[in-house]
Write a new protein. Structure first.
Lengths: 156, 156
DNA sequence: TAGATCGTTGGTGTAGGACAAACCATTAAT
DNA sequence: ATTAATGGTTTGTCCTACACCAACGATCTA
């Protein structure tokens, strides 16, 4: 059956593409975010906290995929600005439960608003519908990242 | 008309999301790419060169949005591995025309193949169709980035 | 001929982030 | 009760990416 192989073309890889777009976004974001006193990676952390709700620092380290010691520094920054709150977990008093504060939520909203122009520029070739689709795809990709992120019964 | 505002909800911003996904991809890619002797940013450059065809170094600097001096270093790496070729432009002998070599094209293909597992993991929550959609959206977003990238009549 | 442009080299500075060691508080195991 | 393991914190070291500046040779343009 010589008609089959055409269908079976290799899937496109978008790794380099994503990296490229992310870089362009980040470059522009830095200057926009600076007046708000935060940097791109702070924004990522705040976003994760908003989308996932309170998390332990280990969870954050796992999700952000960065070293635990660096998460500490990141949270120190955010807590110093009162954007985030660290509470001791009642269940396990070694743990810190990290949660977005009202101030943090508001700042996150303001940051996203401020970034509107940046995204408009980088995604100028995309329609509103396409941007929404992009958002949903990324959201879905990050929400459940596969079986390796959480093992056993922990809700992660 | 109190019925309108519901429709006019703020569009979702995916800047942080993209950054997050890009980071996860990059972390895994580094180890996969290492045996091939290249790094993620080399891959981006090769991808751009494949998708755009030969370009001057200025063009590359503009598209990759990195400083010209750093583009030189990047190309030095790639040319040392014979993945890329610098020719003097016949029209303007100051210019270098950078082009992907056959070796470079093959390595790029191999790299993308090697990255399949990485993308499968990061995008495990997405179906094949969704991944293709994602690819197309990103491709479209990068292809024409708006009027500010190229001015006047240069084909960029 | 003078000035602008493309690429190159070399150097400086900043930042992100990995990694390791040592520490405290707390919990779990024996 | 003692010991071991765990979550978080601090400190310090190291590497890489990258922006930026200055100076240069070759080339093009006025």
């Amino acid at each position: 059956m010589p008609s089959l192989p055409v269908v079976n073309q290799p899937p496109h890889r978008c790794g380099a593409l994503i990296d490229h777009v992310a870089r362009r976004l980040r470059l522009r974001s830095e200057s926009v975010l600076a007046p708000l006193g935060i940097r791109p990676r702070h924004l990522i952390a705040l976003t994760v906290l908003r989308d996932r709700g309170e998390s332990s620092q280990q969870d954050l380290a796992k999700i952000l995929e960065m070293d635990g010691t660096n998460v500490v520094g990141l949270l120190n920054d955010l807590e110093a600005e009162n954007l985030v709150e660290r509470r001791r977990s009642t269940a396990d008093r070694r743990r810190h439960v990290v949660e977005l504060t009202d101030v943090g939520a508001k700042l996150l909203a303001r940051a996203e608003f401020a970034l509107a122009a940046v995204e408009d520029e980088v995604f100028s070739a995309l329609s509103d519908d396409q941007r929404e689709t992009l958002y949903e795809l990324l959201q879905q990709a990050t929400r459940r990242t596969g079986p390796e992120a959480c093992r056993e019964a922990d809700p992660c």
